[in-house]
Write a protein that binds this ligand. Structure first.
Ligand SMILES: Nc1ncnc2c1ncn2[C@@H]1O[C@H](COP(=O)(O)OP(=O)(O)O)[C@@H](O)[C@H]1O
Ligand SMILES: O=P(O)(O)OC[C@H]1O[C@](O)(COP(=O)(O)O)[C@@H](O)[C@@H]1O
Ligand SMILES: [Mg+2]
Length: 472
């Protein structure tokens, strides 16, 4: 029996008396239900979890997670407020092993695929999926799909086993290869059927998850006994709901080296500017966190906060002041920042990559040229240097650091436990530090952008003292 009785959308917590301040806590909880293969195949047989007999994971009390075990999304409340706070009471099923599973391990044929751009930790997730399926559940048929969605219908899958993947966590990139574009729904689902895959682990970012929702919908439509799960990958940290995506911290760490180099170059010149461009197509999380960790940055430019160059409160005025004060300055710019300021043709404005993502002009090259023109115009004859550092791919093409490596393991194990329990169309990720199962459809819509009204952005501004770029 699937444990669907508890997964109804709302349930009331009971408490006889409510004080004014307690009102929020005893109103309905919106439990975000996770689809289950028995939703459309009600007669599926269930099995006892083989972890019952695992010598290393002997299930103690509380080892198995039940469906009433949930994680709240909103954990910060104003007890003095009588108004509902935004996003109140959303709850998600906690990730972890279930007592009852819906796949016989000896009949599992698992497929793993990586899609979109690189991210530190991709190989760790693949490795831990293979080893977790093999060691925890005794699955023996595990395949790697080559080069993203396109590979489903063009390439023969590669058999994977623990011996093959044992040192993959030490390597950057994805040994399965990846790609953008190539999403052909019917061909992908046909290929999944033809290969006999009944568990599909899709590692990717926001674009990949939108594709995964369509694959899941098509599998439901065809009533196939196949579970589909998504594992969040994006170096930009632009996926919503979860605390952060794997590889992000590693990327921020590597970005420090570029900022240090920019700082050294700037300090060693008269009126020196170190300009560092960091990844972040439509979100500035990497630039923001790299700025906060470095403390050598004088100005951080992100897509969420428009800026301007000339006049009062503009970048040039600010840098002029900093150069006078310190003799040098460091500017960090996210690749998606300032795109509206760069002159480009209509054709350039429309340009998209194979996945439909906008293609940007190089904000670093543009800014370097603007800075030089400004200095030449306003300070002719005075020494001035801009050293532009573009570590773009260097920050994502590295192996994961220790924190990201263990995060990848927990993500992989969460995904495996959920899939073995028969959940499908879901995504695993940490919410407030606890791993949860989130419906794929919900996560595919949720975007994580930098909130320039919150404390973190104020912190950046207090560290750098940069202008707010609001024209008065
Ligand atoms: N709306 C969509 N529907 C179906 N597939 C999509 C969609 N958006 C992107 N994809 C596919 O997902 C894969 C990865 O998307 P991409 O945007 O490149 O990277 P990411 O998943 O890291 O954001 C590509 O193969 C792309 O074709
Ligand atoms: O690999 P490409 O196509 O050059 O992509 C570069 C883009 O990939 C990213 O690193 C990550 O993007 P995704 O997470 O969407 O794959 C962006 O920061 C950057 O704009
Ligand atoms: Mg993306």
């Amino acid at each position: 029996m699937a444990d669907t009785d508890i997964t109804k959308t709302t349930f009331e917590t009971t408490k006889p008396e409510k004080t004014h301040l307690q009102n929020h806590f005893f109103s309905p909880i919106n439990l975000q239900t996770v689809p289950h293969v028995t939703d459309y195949l009600p007669n599926l047989q269930s099995f006892t979890n083989p972890l019952d007999h695992n010598p290393f994971y002997y299930p103690s009390d509380g080892f198995y997670v039940s469906t009433s075990d949930v994680i709240l999304r909103q954990i910060v409340y104003d007890l003095a407020s009588s108004f509902p706070v935004s996003d109140p009471h959303f709850a998600y099923h906690r990730a972890g092993p279930r007592k009852e599973i819906f796949f016989d391990p000896s009949h599992v044929r698992a497929a793993i695929v990586t899609c979109g751009g690189l991210c530190p930790g991709l190989n760790t997730v693949i490795r831990e999926l293979v080893i977790g399926l093999w060691e925890l559940y005794g699955v023996r048929e595990i395949s790697g799909v080559t080069a993203g969605y396109w590979g489903f219908y063009t390439m023969e899958p590669k058999p994977l086993d623990p011996k093959l993947v044992h040192d993959w966590h030490k390597r950057g990139g994805t040994l399965l290869e990846t790609s953008r574009g190539g999403f052909d729904l019917q061909k992908i689902v046909d290929a999944i059927e033809d290969h006999g895959f009944n568990q599909v682990y899709i590692i990717g970012g926001d674009g990949t998850m939108r594709g995964a929702v369509k694959i899941f919908d098509e599998i439901c439509k065809r009533k196939l006994n196949i579970s589909v799960t998504g594992i969040p990958k994006t170096v930009d940290n632009d996926i919503g709901i979860i605390d952060r995506s794997f590889g992000f911290q590693t990327a921020v760490e590597v970005a420090q080296q570029a900022i240090n180099a920019g700082h050294v170059e700037a300090e060693s010149a008269v009126n020196g500017i170190g300009l560092v461009k960091l990844m972040g197509r439509s979100t500035g999380h990497i630039a923001l966190h790299a700025t906060l960790s470095s403390r050598d940055v004088d100005c951080c430019l992100i897509p969420e906060n428009d800026f301007y160059l000339e006049g009062k409160g503009g970048l040039f005025q600010f840098l002029e002041h900093r150069l006078k004060q310190n003799g040098h300055a460091v500017v960090v710019v996210a690749e998606g920042a300032g795109q509206d300021l760069i002159t480009r043709t209509d054709a350039q404005k429309e340009e998209k990559d194979e996945s439909g993502n906008p293609v940007f002009l190089d904000v670093g090259v543009w800014l370097k040229s603007e800075l030089k023109q400004w200095w030449e115009r306003d300070h002719k004859g005075e020494l001035f240097t801009v050293k532009y550092i573009d570590p773009t791919y260097m920050i994502r093409a590295v192996p994961a650091n220790a924190t990201d490596n263990s995060y990848c393991t927990l993500l992989a194990h969460s995904a495996i436990h959920g899939v073995m329990a028969g959940y499908t169309g879901f995504f695993s990720g940490p919410i407030n530090g606890n791993y949860a199962y989130i419906p794929l459809a919900e996560v595919a819509q949720a975007k994580n952008v930098v909130n320039t009204k919150d404390h973190k952005w104020s912190w950046v501004r207090s560290v750098t003292n940069q202008p707010d770029f609001v024209k008065s």
